[in-house]
Design a protein around this ligand. Sequence first.
Ligand SMILES: *Cc1c(COP(=O)(O)O)cnc(C)c1O
Length: 233
Amino acid sequence: MSSIADNVGTVTRRIQKATRNAGREPGSVNLLAVSKTRPASDLRAAHSAGQHAFGENYLQEALEKIDALSDLRDLEWHFIGPIQSNKTRQIAQAFDWVHSVDRLKIARRLSEQRGESAPPLNICLQVNVNEETSKAGCLLADLPALARDIMDLPNIHLRGLMAIPDPDQPDTELRASFQALADALEQLRRDNPGDSRLDTLSMGMSGDLDLAIEEGATWVRIGTAIFGARDGQ
Ligand SMILES: *Cc1c(COP(=O)(O)O)cnc(C)c1O
C-alpha cells in the first residue's frame, strides 16, 4: 500500500504531465486534496509532502479538523459540499474558498457573514452542466444573471465555476461537460471584461483529472488517488 505522502507526489507529477501535454502554463493547475471522512492525521501526512489546500464536504467534520490542525499556519480550506443556509456563518468564517455556491441567497449570507475584517471569501458557482435532476448546481441558462448579482456583493469574490459531471459517463460526454463549463466561464469573462478575478475552473476528480486539465481546469479536486478509497466505496 502506498503512503499518503507518496500519493501526493504521484498525483502532483500526474498533474504536471497533463498540464505539459495540454500545452498549458506550468503551475496553472492547482491540487485540492479532498479529505472528507479522513482523520486529521491523514491531512497532516499530506501536508508533510507539501500539500496545503484541503477540500471538505461536511461542515462539522471540517471544523473539527480545522481546529485540530490549527498549528499548521499555511493551510487553505475549501468548502465543496452542499450548503444549508443555516450553516453559512461558520462556512464564511472558517474557510478561504467555497466551490459549491449555487443560489443568490447563499451568496448573500456568505458575504454578510464574512464581514469586512477578513479578506474576501473566494467563491465558485456550482453549475449542473448536464441538468441532472438529482444534482445540485445552477443551470447554465441562469448563470449570467446570477453571476452579475453575486459580483455586486462586497465580501466575496466570484472566482469562477465548479461542476461535478458524472464521472461514469463515456469520455466524449465527460469532455463535452468540461467544455461546457469552460465555455460558460469564457462567456462570463467576455460579459465582465473589467473583472480579472474570473480565473477559476474547479473540475476533475481522481478518475478524470487528465481530461479536465485538457479542457482548462485550474483546480482539480482529488480524494481517492491521495487518501485511498473511502469506506462504503
Ligand atoms: C469527494 C469529492 C471529490 C473527490 O473525489 P475522488 O473521486 O475521491 O477524487 C471531488 N469533488 C467533490 C465535490 C467531492 O465531493
